[in-house]
Write a protein that binds this ligand. Structure first.
Ligand code: GDP
Length: 195
């Protein structure tokens, strides 16, 4: 898919503030600092579509962007600050959970995972929760440029074994880097196929 236009539409603190339906939506979520803003900028080919920063936890809003005038990219608030004991929706941002559970035009959620880390409890809890929700999702491993391909493969295999083992079919998995642009074409192709 070629990106011809990418425009900020609106920010919303709750599902009620989301734009009127009409366009299919693809949402991105992950722990703060996972590289979500960088990935969204890479996908849209805009330096400043989403803000990139070293300061984690900067926004609690859902941001809606209109892409090619025919789909929306939705930047959901990061998670990672609430205490997690079990896969309880209360552990995640309430608005994001409402959005994922209740948005009719949501075609898919991309769950971002830092490719360098051991499976993190909050990521595992979130994946468990989204599996329960029944909403289609894919897993996107970020920052693959920061280590060797074999380290990334090992990390992905560990995550699959712990979090995705029971799933038939397994969700799509993407290996990405905002530095090298790895995975961009594959992600956009996947979205295109679901439009
Ligand atoms: P967000 O909090 O999830 O939106 O994460 P950001 O996109 O703001 O990125 C957090 C930090 O990780 C920033 O310092 C980015 O420059 C860095 N970063 C993000 N993606 C990559 C990547 O693919 N490779 C490398 N090397 N650094 C990245």
């Amino acid at each position: 898919m070629k990106i011809k236009s990418a425009e900020f539409e609106t920010s919303a603190p709750t599902l009620a503030g989301a734009p009127r339906l009409a366009l299919p939506e693809f949402a991105f979520i992950g722990r703060s600092n996972v590289g979500k803003s960088s990935l969204l900028n890479l996908l849209a080919e805009k330096r400043d579509l989403a803000r990139v920063s070293d300061l984690p936890g900067k926004t609690r809003l859902m941001n809606f962007y209109c892409i090619n005038k025919n789909w929306r990219l939705v930047d959901l608030p990061g998670y990672g600050y609430a205490h997690v004991s079990k896969a309880d929706r209360a552990d995640f941002n309430e608005a994001a959970a409402d959005y994922i559970e209740g948005r009719e035009n949501l075609r898919g959620v991309f769950v971002l995972i830092d490719s360098r880390l051991e499976p993190q409890p909050i990521d595992l809890a979130f994946v468990e929760w989204i599996i329960e929700s029944g909403v289609p999702f894919a897993v996107v491993f970020t920052k693959t440029d920061k280590q060797s391909a074999s380290q990334t493969q090992a990390s992905v295999a560990r995550f699959k074994a712990v979090a995705l083992d029971d799933l038939d079919p397994p969700p799509p998995v993407f290996l990405t880097s905002s530095k090298t642009k790895a995975g961009r074409t594959e992600l956009l192709r996947h979205i295109d196929a679901l439009l």
